[in-house]
Design a protein around this ligand. Sequence first.
Ligand SMILES: *Cc1c(COP(=O)(O)O)cnc(C)c1O
Length: 396
Amino acid sequence: MDKCSVSSLALFSGEAMFDKPRSTSNLVRPDFEQYLMYSRMFFGQDQSITEDSLTRKLEKRLTTFHQASECVAVSSGFWALVLAIRCLAVPGKTEIVMPSLTYRRMADVAAWTGLIPHFCEVDPNTLAISAVTAKSVINENTALILGVQPIINCCDVDGLVALAAAKQLPLLFDSVESTYETYAGKKIGSFGNAEVFSLHASKLINGFEGGYITTNDPVLAARLRRMRAFGIKGKDGVQELGMNAMLNPIHAAMTMANLDFLDEQVKHNYSIYKAYQNGVDDTLGLRLLAFDETEKCSYKNIVVELLDHWPLSRSDTLAILHAERIVARPYYSPALHQKKMSYPVIAGNLQQTEKLAERYMLLPCGYFVQESDVDAVIELLRFIKNNAETIQKRLA
Ligand SMILES: *Cc1c(COP(=O)(O)O)cnc(C)c1O
């Protein structure tokens, strides 16, 4: 890094550290020949999902990967959530229990199902919904509990499973951020009634776009498959509400090629995580959220907490980083209940969430980030910390 003075920061018209943005999205690309090899498999086929279609092959592969008994591939994680909620929600009930500190579009998902999001707090240790936080908003209108996995490690899976059983409520996991993870040594993918994953380019497994649902419930899987493909039920069956949300084979080919390469990618992620771990300590004013190395982890996301002795506001910090083409992002901030929505939501007092929504940011990670980039990012953060007073004066 060659920032010798505050004036050399790109925010103050110095030269940016990176020419290409360093992003928090994965954007991993597989070997192109491998992608073509899978593409050749579907190019000659008709497009229906038969037992030997590529999408069906992918479903079987993901079933094994997650150690679940069923997998239903869908056009995106978003529509996979909508579909699963439509199938699982208790008929006649109106509310979905979900955290507010979560994926930006999660309340929209609820709105598309015709249900009302009822936001709960998150546990400050996992930054995720827990049995305790979910329980406090469950009431006679609750239709479903949505257990959203956090960005680092997993949520209180056992607690939520026990709570759902005690309250006799369906439990759906959004496990998009825990695709590679294990919980108490068991692969994520067969907890609760079903689990939802994404194949969006920014996520661990890039299928360009796409998503899928895993479950151990064959009746649910059959219903998801019908609804995904227009809700058609054989000749004399009653027409069921359906949509057109199948995963197309182009995305299946991309996903297959990236799966071939996944373990290698996780190794790369691990080296990036270790580089951050080497450089981020208390003297920097930041705390790196640690992966639980006793479990399987993707090591993809890098999240730091801005401690009380970090000298700048998060928005000023992000402005400095962005000018250097370091595309750091606030962690799920603002929280969902803090945004204006065009549809009804229910939110009580969510003080904890509001506090936590201010404190974290994501730093560059994934396939295109190298260890030397990490060292440069950390050097810059240390420079910011050591020159905070001068920076603040210039910002004012
Ligand atoms: C990205 C994401 C989704 C939606 O997945 P898409 O495939 O992009 O529609 C859902 N939940 C979480 C937690 C996500 O990060």
